[in-house]
Design a binder for this molecule. Structure first.
Ligand code: ATP
Ligand code: ZN
Length: 732
């Protein structure tokens, strides 16, 4: 094959399910171009960055083939396992490879930037430095003590010891410390040993490290049972074998507290990857991992795309967490993709949770995952006791019953901390006119049949739509009847906070939700400020995870009743997980914890089962029901969504899709719809959907495979925004 007849097949970031052929740039030997290298190519009037997916013979029927502008990588950026896994993902999501690669690469690399340098300035003590002359506990002494454990990069010092630079200068002048440029992670020191593991924890670590090759391990441990200690030991083992470890955590679980714990215990630089990093920093971590310099990477969802040339272990903490599912673009599930990668890499994957997803439990029961349990809390902590408070016919004060207020008072008076959990941000869920019954609805998200209420914020002065973000000032008078009887209905976290401050003026009341803690570390400093003092935290699910508050003894759950009656078949599972996780914040240290649950439905089966038998009993019952109803994990779903300014194009497109799937005549595939989405209008768009279900994945994929080519070309498809979600988590 002469190089004249050889072309580069390039994956471009376009919603087109094909590769694009280009000749090598002028002066470049086509044979020298490697699959996985980035390339800059002309596309219409613009230039795009793509990735070479294959090098192959020119298609005989091809018209003029343009030349690429430049090859950006001499070594392939994507190769080996990661490239193969991403190709798998493209097939599984029925998405163009170019879009999958765009999702997987850090923005700076996607835009064509060079693979960044990864050496950093690292501080260390000079040989034989004596700390005797330093004043104890002064900054230079504290810095020197840190450096005595191991050398540390400037980035890490910024995180751990604010204001360290002056101290470093002082140490350097005294000839005690020096800085060098090096690649960070190679400067391992000694970790600080953690608590001695209990028998269950030890068995769990052994079950993980026993895997020589791929194996999925479900680590089901009650809240506070020491799952993190198990991860840390397994990671230490992985490091000792000279391998890299990747740890995935939920979006709100990656706190500076977690990172500090990992760094101290492992005695090595831990690279964090999360949405708070800028593009350069992300690309640097990616590069450090690709070069094998980053040995431990802890990150949120998209960190699952980190290259791991020397992989040894992947951990997915809180594997049931909703934030692992990407909800737009390429709708991948980080836990599921972690399993795919683990298999391709031949390494163990640990899925940890106190409340495993039903998918994962089902896999464990079917024998596909090893199942290990931590059945009790670590150390001296006891499980919290749970009390259900029947509030039917009781007077409520900002949603709080008299008994509950008395209990909160008793708790703070005895020096304890209280968490009041309410999963609704804002002041009140609805603004209602008491004269005529008008209520404030979002103009962009409501239909005549489905008014979507706007949430009241700022003590009643502002209205906000939690779905499309629309905001406006609250009206002074009712727009319908002109009456002045507008009243916020129901209770959100803001209103609870306001009332609790009035009721308990002598203790700090802190509100924790997305409104109050936009910045990543804001929550951390709020909690640090509270310390061990008596006080009250009011919050949404942001408070349900990841935080160890030793002095928190009472968790009060108010207003979860909406969740008991949702139409979504996963609502029960989500509510059960949330309740167990929130309850798990209570009594994590020596003081015993209590959970009080206020409800109008004390006899609801979900609550009854959870209280009598815990998450286990709930999950078992729910699995039976899912099987009977033919829902996941006993069926596999794909959701085809369409949105348009009016309803008609959606229906046309989805009807066509249904016809295409029906025509394919794949056995056992069922199609439901077209139907309006559970939220039939959002931000001015009408929304409809088609649900495809099959008992076997293979049948589901065959049906999609058969229908998609026609849908991609159909004129009906050009009049709507449509997307396909394989394994949807939210059905709207
Ligand atoms: N073997 C042990 N002995 C004593 N204390 C332990 C032991 N293992 C863990 N702990 C302590 O128990 C607490 C809970 O541990 P850890 O955070 O690992 O639990 P977890 O299961 O990850 O918690 P959760 O998932 O509920 O957030 C921590 O303060 C930890 O230091
Ligand atoms: Zn809206």
């Amino acid at each position: 094959m002469s190089s004249d007849d050889t072309v580069l097949r390039v994956a471009l970031p376009l919603p087109l399910a094909r590769l694009f052929d280009y000749r090598a740039p002028d002066g470049v030997q086509v044979d020298s171009v490697q699959v996985g290298a980035r390339v800059r190519v002309p596309f219409g009037p613009r230039e795009l960055i793509g990735v070479v997916a294959a090098v192959g013979p020119l298609d005989a029927g091809a018209r003029e083939t343009k030349s690429a502008v430049a090859i950006l990588d001499t070594e392939p950026l994507l190769h080996g396992e990661l490239l193969e896994s991403l190709r798998w993902l493209a097939r599984y999501a029925h998405a163009p490879l170019g879009e999958v690669l765009t999702t997987a690469l850090p923005a700076a690399l996607r835009q064509g930037g060079p693979l960044p340098e990864t050496d950093e300035v690292v501080w260390r003590l000079v040989e034989g430095a004596s700390l005797d002359k330093l004043k104890r506990d002064a900054m230079p002494h504290r810095l020197a003590t840190l450096l005595a454990q191991r050398a540390r990069s400037e980035d890490e010092l910024d995180d751990t010891l604010p204001g360290w630079r002056t101290a470093a200068r002082a140490l350097s002048t005294k000839g005690l410390a020096e800085s060098i440029r090096t690649t960070p992670a190679r400067v391992a020191g000694n970790g600080t040993p953690g608590p001695a593991l209990n028998d269950e924890q030890r068995a769990a670590v052994e079950a993980i490290v026993a895997h020589d090759g791929f194996g999925a391990v479900l680590l089901e441990g009650v809240t506070g049972s020491g799952k993190t200690e198990v991860y840390l030991q397994a990671i230490a083992d992985c490091l000792a074998r000279g391998k890299q470890a990747l740890v995935l955590v939920p979006e709100i679980g990656l706190t500076p507290q977690t990172l500090a714990r990992f760094r101290t215990r492992l005695g090595i630089e831990v690279h964090a990857l999360h949405s708070g990093l800028n593009d350069t920093a992300r690309a640097r971590v990616w590069a450090a991992a690709a070069r094998g310099e980053a040995r431990v990477i802890v990150g949120t969802r998209s960190a699952v795309f980190t290259p791991l040339p020397e992989a040894g272990l992947i951990v997915v903490d809180e594997e049931h967490d909703g934030s692992y599912k990407q909800q737009d673009g390429i709708r991948y599930h980080a836990r599921d993709f972690a399993l795919v990668r683990g298999k391709a890499l031949g390494i163990p994957v640990v899925l940890g949770s106190a409340t495993p997803s039903l998918e994962t439990l089902h896999n464990a029961q079917a024998g596909r995952f090893t199942h290990v349990r931590l059945s009790k809390r670590a150390g001296d902590a006891k499980p919290p006791s749970v009390r259900v408070l029947d509030i039917r016919k009781r007077a409520l004060d900002a949603g709080l019953s008299t008994e509950l207020i008395a209990k909160v008072r008793a708790t703070v008076e005895s020096g304890g901390q209280v968490l009041v959990f309410r999963n609704r941000r804002g002041y009140a869920p609805v603004l209602l006119c008491h004269d005529c019954g008008w209520s404030a609805a979002c103009k962009r998200c409501s239909t005549p049949d489905h008014p979507h209420p706007m949430t009241v914020h700022a003590g009643g002065r502002r209205l906000q739509c939690h779905h499309c973000g629309a905001r406006q000032a609250a009206p002074m008078a009712c727009p319908d009847c002109g009456g002045l009887a507008l009243q916020p209905q129901g209770v959100g976290t803001e209103r609870l906070e306001e009332r609790l401050i009035e009721l308990f003026p002598d203790v700090p009341v802190l509100r924790v939700d997305r409104g109050s803690t936009r910045r990543r570390d804001a929550l951390e400093s709020l909690l640090a400020e509270l310390g061990d003092r008596a006080g009250i935290l009011v919050g949404t699910q942001m408070l349900a995870k990841g935080h160890d508050l030793p002095n928190l003894t009472l968790v009060a759950v108010v207003g979860i009743d909406e969740g008991l009656f949702s139409a979504d078949f996963r609502a029960g599972e989500k509510l059960a997980q949330l309740l167990i996780q929130v309850a798990g914040r209570a009594g994590r240290a020596r003081r015993a914890g209590e959970v009080w649950l206020q409800t109008h439905h004390p006899t609801h089966p979900l609550l009854q089962t959870l209280i009598a038998g815990g998450y286990r009993a709930f999950a078992e019952q729910e699995l039976v029901e899912r099987e009977a109803a033919g829902f996941p994990p006993f069926a596999h779903l794909a959701l085809l969504r369409a949105e348009a300014k009016s309803a008609e194009p959606n229906t046309r497109f989805l009807a066509l899709a249904k016809a295409c799937i029906d025509d394919a005549r794949i056995a056992d595939v069922e199609v439901f719809g077209p139907l309006p989405a559970p939220m039939p209008r959002r931000a001015g768009f009408q929304r409809a959907q088609l649900l495809v279900s099959a008992p076997q994945r293979r049948a589901l994929h065959a049906a999609l495979e058969a229908a998609l080519p026609a849908l991609r070309d159909a004129p009906e498809g050009k009049r709507v925004r449509w997307s396909l979600d394989v394994d949807p988590v939210d059905l709207y």
